[in-house]
Design a protein around this ligand. Structure first.
Ligand code: GDP
Length: 527
């Protein structure tokens, strides 16, 4: 391929940023996403943010979608341009539709924005999502939101990031005052003061200063707030971590920004810093080593499968993250697992409100492919090659239920349903070693409901689910597995591939089992 084309590809790669926002429900993810989209004039939305927000009851909503054949519940990706960048925000469903999909989506991101409510600090769902990101070592940028409200002391929040998540932080800006007294932030990188004005805190006055001792700040914020600010920043200068891009990119240090999404305060500063610091699309590892985005041969992998866009045909949409090369509509690629060439023609589309068709796309972009049932999660597609990307991790389910079929004659349909739903990655299936019972594992309660509903609706099978008290699954690697050692508040099962897995009722049972089996390895994702 010619040099000129290489350069064009490189330019497209360089300008892209693909990230996910991780947070606990109510921290302000929808609000922040909306503000970010406003800066750029969204190009493509996979289900509007608003539409998703309106769906308070995801189950009924899912059924509603069944009827309407409309927008997906788990909307998927939003794309917009800003200051010469092309930005892809991957949606990470929260609330009731929290699922393994949420975790898996993070594998398609090159960085994450961790959104924290200033009053609540680090919350449960944030911890789970953070850990998935930390495992991959992707950079994490923190936005502390709702600064217009009374909240926790910023130092305390930094301490919490370190204690709970184990990540050091470096504040990029610092609040001047707090809650009702909040009047702005001090930008530590640019040495400037950004002031709020008016009750809605929206108008911003930006003032360059010498440093945080500059008397101008005194005039702007008053003596008391300035003294406080100078004290805090001096302490940060002396005792805090200096900004270190290398550590940020390794996920060892998180830059922290303070702001208020709803008042659009600090959002633009955050976005501009983020675009500058966040990594462009990163290589992915494969059987052929690391595949760089600038590799001119197109490649990508499927990280999510969305069922039932058109249930009449059992159609699905497979979401592909482009890893390298240029995607062009109509191109022929190899589906490596089944060894066939497929033409990515008419049907593939960006899953969008009006489902517009993508003509071309580049590394870091996500494309929705029409899937007549040929894709599985983790499948690799490439142009003239046999590259297989590393398998996507299978995460520990958190809820478990024993499943039985009410009518034994329906066993065949039941098996078919189970197979398809596991392929889509919404449920995991285990067999107990002792009685060959079938146990389903999911990450969110909704998946059980969707399972029951779809088994009946699509396969005509009535199933009964009986909740089991387990909370964790650990894949065990051991030369001699002794089932008798996994009986107390735990049970030994096998996953679909025949790996041994132990389900535990609580952490205590898990620790005890680890102590009793010193030669075994306990993994929280499938080997
Ligand atoms: P999500 O569940 O994380 O998507 O959160 P939302 O964006 O729906 O926000 C949850 C609630 O917090 C809503 O009532 C928002 O209006 C409110 N909210 C979001 N950002 C701010 C903020 O900066 N300040 C205040 N006071 N409220 C906010």
């Amino acid at each position: 391929m010619s040099k000129a084309i290489d350069q064009a590809l490189q330019q497209e790669v360089d300008k892209r940023r693909t990230f996910a926002i991780i947070s606990h429900p109510d921290a302000g993810k929808t609000t922040l996403t909306e503000k970010l989209l406003l800066f750029g004039g969204a190009i493509r939305l996979a289900g509007t943010v608003k539409a998703r927000k309106a769906s308070k009851h995801a189950t009924s909503d899912w059924m509603e979608i069944e009827k309407q054949r409309g927008i997906s519940v788990t909307s998927s990706v939003m794309q917009f341009d800003y200051m010469g960048h092309r930005i892809n925000i991957l949606d990470t469903p929260g609330h009731q539709d929290f699922s393994e999909d949420t975790y898996r989506t993070l594998t398609a991101a090159d960085s994450a924005v961790m959104l924290i409510d200033v009053a609540k600090g680090v919350e449960a769902q944030t911890i789970k999502l953070f850990q998935v990101c930390a495992k991959r070592g992707i950079p994490i940028f923190t936005f502390i939101n709702k600064l217009d409200r009374e909240g926790r002391n910023p130092f305390e929040l930094m301490e919490e990031l370190e204690q709970v998540l184990g990540i050091r932080s470096v504040p990029m800006n610092w609040p001047i005052g707090s809650g009702r007294d909040l009047c702005g932030v001090y930008d530590r990188m640019k040495n400037q003061v950004e002031l709020f004005q008016g009750n809605d805190h929206s108008t911003i006055q930006v003032q360059k200063v010498e440093d945080y001792n500059d008397p101008i700040i005194r005039e702007m914020a008053g003596e008391y707030l300035h003294d406080q600010l100078a004290q805090d920043l001096e302490l940060l200068d002396v005792a805090g971590d200096p900004f270190d891009l290398e550590k940020v990119l390794k996920g060892e240090l998180t830059p922290v920004f303070f702001g208020s999404a709803i008042n659009n305060f600090g959002v633009q500063t955050f976005l501009e810093n983020f675009l500058q610091l966040a990594p462009k699309p990163q290589p992915r590892s494969s059987t052929a080593g690391l595949i760089e985005p600038s590799n001119e041969k197109f490649s990508g992998y499927i990280f999510k499968i969305q069922a039932n866009m058109n249930p009449a045909h059992r159609d699905r949409i497979a979401f592909m993250r482009i890893v390298s090369g240029k995607f062009q509509r109509g191109m022929t690629v190899k589906h490596v697992r089944n060894g066939k060439d497929i033409k990515l023609s008419q049907p593939q589309q960006f899953l969008a409100q009006d489902r517009d068709i993508v003509e071309e796309a580049y590394p870091g972009d996500i494309i929705g492919l029409f899937d007549p049932g040929i894709f599985r999660i983790g499948d690799s597609l490439n142009q003239g090659g046999e590259v297989v990307f590393d398998e996507l991790p299978t995460f520990s389910p958190e809820l478990f239920a024993k499943v039985t079929v009410k009518n034994a004659l329906k066993h065949k349909q039941y098996q078919k349903g189970i197979d398809q739903l596991t392929e889509e990655g919404t449920i995991q299936v285990f067999q107990t070693v002792s009685f060959e019972d079938t146990i389903l594992g999911v990450v969110g309660q909704l998946q059980f409901e969707v399972f029951e509903y779809r088994m009946k609706g699509e396969y005509g099978v009535d199933v009964q689910l009986q909740r089991m008290p387990y909370q964790f699954a650990r894949w065990i690697i051991d030369k001699d597995i002794d089932p008798s050692k996994f009986r107390i508040n735990s049970t030994l099962v096998k996953d679909k591939k025949g790996n041994y897995v132990v389900l535990f009722e609580n952490e205590y049972a898990m620790r005890t089992a680890m102590e009793k089996n010193p030669n075994a390895q306990f993994l929280d994702t499938a080997p």
